[in-house]
Design a protein around this ligand. Sequence first.
Ligand code: NAD
Length: 429
Amino acid sequence: MKLTFLGHGYVGLVTATIFADLGNTVYVIGHTKEKIDNLKKGILPIYEPGLQELVQKNIKAGRLIFTLDYKPAIPGSDVVFIAVGTPPKPSGEANLSTVFEVAKKIGENLSGYTVISVKSTVPIGTNRKVKEIINNAKANKAEFDVASIPEFLREGSALQDTLNPDRIVIGAESEKARQVIIDLHKSITAPLVLTNLETAEMIKYASNSFLATKISFSNAIAKLSEITGADAIQVLDAIGLDKRIGKEFLQPGAGYGGSCFPKDVKALISIAKSYNYKFSLLEEVENINKQARQDIVKKATKLLDNPEGKIIGIFGLAFKSNTDDMREAPSIDIINALKEKGAKIKAYDPQSMNNAKGLIKDIEFCKNIYEVAKGADLLIVATDWNEFKEADLVKIKNSMRTPLLIDGRNIYSPEKAKEIGFTYIGVGR
Ligand SMILES: NC(=O)c1ccc[n+]([C@@H]2O[C@H](COP(=O)([O-])OP(=O)(O)OC[C@H]3O[C@@H](n4cnc5c(N)ncnc54)[C@H](O)[C@@H]3O)[C@@H](O)[C@H]2O)c1
C-alpha cells in the first residue's frame, strides 16, 4: 500500500518504519526542515532501541520517504495516519490544534479513496471532528473514511510492541475502511477489536488510565507497607499471581511519568467533567502519583537531616529506562524540590541528558554513575536502567562522602546494599 504519516515522534516514526519494513511505500510528512533533512540522512529526532538501523535500511530500500510537502504524499495514499502530539492544555484537556491543522491540509490534498486513520490519542468525538474538517477542506470529489486506530506501543520496546501487539483496535464507520485497515495489518498477528469511532477513542484513555491506577495502587500499598512493616514487593507479587489481577504494572516507585499516562489521566478526568461526571477515582490516582515523587524528597530530607549544601547524585533522568523521553519524568520534580532545599545535584542518564539539559537548570551532568557518586552525600535512583542494576556498588559506596542510598525504583537488593555499608531506603520495603 501507499501510506502517509503525519508526525515522526515515538508513534509516527516507529509505525511508519515498521509498515515500510513490511513492504509498503511510506511517506512521512514533517514540519521542521532541520528534522526532515536529518531524517533523510537516517538521523532520528528520538531514541528508540533498534529504530535507527531499521529507518536507515528502509530509506535505502526506497520504501521510507521523508518530506515537508503534502503533494507527493497524500494524493493516492491508501491510508493517511495522523500521529501528531496531543499535549495537555493547562486545564488538562487535550490540545488538538495540531490534529486539526494537519486534517485540514490532508483534506486539501486528497484524491481517490483514502482512509484517514487517527493514531494520536484523542478525546471521544475527535474523529468525527476530523471528518468534518476534511470534508470542509476537500475541493474535489475525493472520497474518504475516518478510522480510529489507537496506539498502545511502549517507548523502549516500541518496535516489538508494534509487531506483536496485545490487540489491534479498529474503530471505523464503514466496512470498506475497516477492510483496508485489516488488510494493512494482515502480517501482524493479534486479536482484532472491531468497533465504532467513539469506543476506539475511549479504549485508549481507559487503557492508560487503568494502568496508571495500577501504579498508584501499588504506590499506596507501598506507603502503607512502609508504615506497617509489610514488604510491598512481596504483597504485590503475591496479589499479581491472581489471574484476575495480573503481575504487570504492580511495581511501586517514584510514580508514573512520560508523555502518556499523566496527560491521558488528566484528559479523561477532563472529558468526564465535560459530561458532568466527576471521575474521583482518577483524581486520587493523580494525587497518589504526586505523593510518590514527594515521598522521595521527604525521605531524602529526613536522611540528610537538612539537604542544604549537600551533594545529591541522581541515577537516571528519563521517565523510564530505554528511552530518552523526559516528558513528565519524576526526576524533574524530585531534583527541583531538592534544589529548592539548597542541595547541589549531580546526575547521569544514558540517553536523556540532551533533553534534560533543556528542562533542568543548574545541575551537574556527569559522564557516568561513578562520577555522580564521587563525593556525594546521597544517591537517588530515579530510573531503572539495566546498566545501573549491574553497577559496582562497592566502588560507588567507597567514593561517596556518606553512603546513603534511596532506591526510587527498587532495583537493588536491600540486604546486599546494607551488607556493602549503605544506609538503604527503597519504596515499600
Ligand atoms: N509516546 C508513546 O508511547 C505513545 C503511545 C501511544 C500513543 N501515543 C499518542 O500518540 C500521539 C503522538 O505521540 P508521540 O509520543 O509520538 O509524540 P511526539 O511528540 O514524539 O511526536 C509528535 C510528532 O508530531 C510532529 N508534528 C507536530 N506538528 C506537526 C505538523 N504540523 N505536521 C507534521 N508533524 C507535526 C512532531 O514533529 C513530532 O514528530 C499522542 O497523541 C500520544 O498520546 C503515544
